[in-house]
Design a protein around this ligand. Structure first.
Ligand code: CTP
Ligand code: MG
Length: 165
């Protein structure tokens, strides 16, 4: 049962990151983070899918989720902000990688699309002093990635998102 407890604890710490990650889909804007700049390969640094509005809305929403959870667990206020920044950073890094592989904004990159925010959030948690065992990291990755895919499919059905991934 300790595993279940650890899983719930892990999901609690990651919940603000999931909120942060899901927010730009509905609160994305028009000002590209890369400001239209291109990299050495001539392609966009990050692409049109990453906007400042989405970035800030994501961090704000994730931090707000952490603030709400902090009513039960005070440390989640700080953690919520940290994992939100981590999640959004992971998302930007993934777009940078996709552009280097000449993939259009919005093109599917299985695993990378679903887990970029998770890796960013886990790195942030690690920097804040939270460590997980390898097996828990794998379980949390599967749960987080599946939830991400599920929410994206729902957003696609609702017409909020161009692609279901
Ligand atoms: N979005 C945003 N700002 C961000 C992240 C996402 O505005 N920092 C919005 C964009 O409208 C984006 C949508 O959320 O199109 C879906 O996000 P995502 O799937 O991460 O981006 P993609 O458009 O697929 O681009 P990429 O190929 O770079 O992942
Ligand atoms: Mg995408």
């Amino acid at each position: 049962m300790a595993v279940v407890g650890d899983l719930i604890e892990g999901l609690l710490l990651l919940l603000p990151a999931m909120v942060a990650n899901a927010t730009p889909v509905v609160a994305g804007g028009r000002t590209p983070v890369d400001m239209g700049l291109t990299f050495l390969d001539g392609r966009r640094l990050l692409g049109k899918g990453k906007t400042w509005e989405g970035l800030f809305a994501g961090i704000a929403a994730g931090t707000a989720a952490g603030a709400l959870l902090s009513l039960y667990r005070p440390e989640l206020l700080f953690i919520g902000f940290g994992v939100s920044v981590g999640a959004m950073t992971g998302d930007l890094v993934a777009s940078f990688i996709k552009r280097r592989f000449n993939m259009e904004s919005g093109a599917p990159a299985p695993v990378l699309d679903q887990l970029n925010f998770y890796v960013g959030a886990v790195v942030a948690l690690y920097l804040m002093g939270y460590q997980f065992t390898f097996s828990l990291l794998v379980i949390l990755a599967i749960v987080s990635g599946s939830l991400h895919l599920l929410t994206n499919i729902i957003a696609y059905i609702l017409g909020w998102k161009e692609h279901p991934w």
